[in-house]
Design a protein around this ligand. Sequence first.
Ligand code: ATP
Length: 133
Amino acid sequence: MKTLTVSVVTPDGPILEDSYEMVSCKAQSGELGILPNHIPVVAPLVISAVRLKRNNETIRVAISGGFIEVSNNQVTILAQSAESPSDIDVQRARKAKERAERRLKAKQDDIDFRRAEYALKRALNRLDIVEKR
Ligand code: ATP
């Protein structure tokens, strides 16, 4: 069976490179499911889990937005940050969640509110991925 070669890359370097049967991710325009022989795609992604399927197993990688590029059965995910469940520090994510929630309750300007919203989304995404491991 044909497979996809998947690379997840961040500014810190490559996080993962391996073969999978299917990649599911959340683009700004909605859910994207990529199987072998998919047409070329470039799409922006939201803070979410990238799901990688192989042999009836799914692994999830937390990404903080970024882009997916698909071409010739090569899937590249470029993200500002990406973590596998085993790399997620739960305490850190809980603290980040509490900090963001505190900031959202405090009265402040739009930019800081937006920043806190994104920080909360990143923390919730990490906690969700650890829970579903
Ligand atoms: P924090 O406020 O805890 O730094 P953050 O959401 O602002 O969280 P990011 O800016 O998304 O953090 O990521 C900065 C770096 O820290 C990235 O390399 C990311 O992979 C890593 N990182 C952030 N939170 C965690 C976590 N809970 N567990 C493991 N690595 C994390």
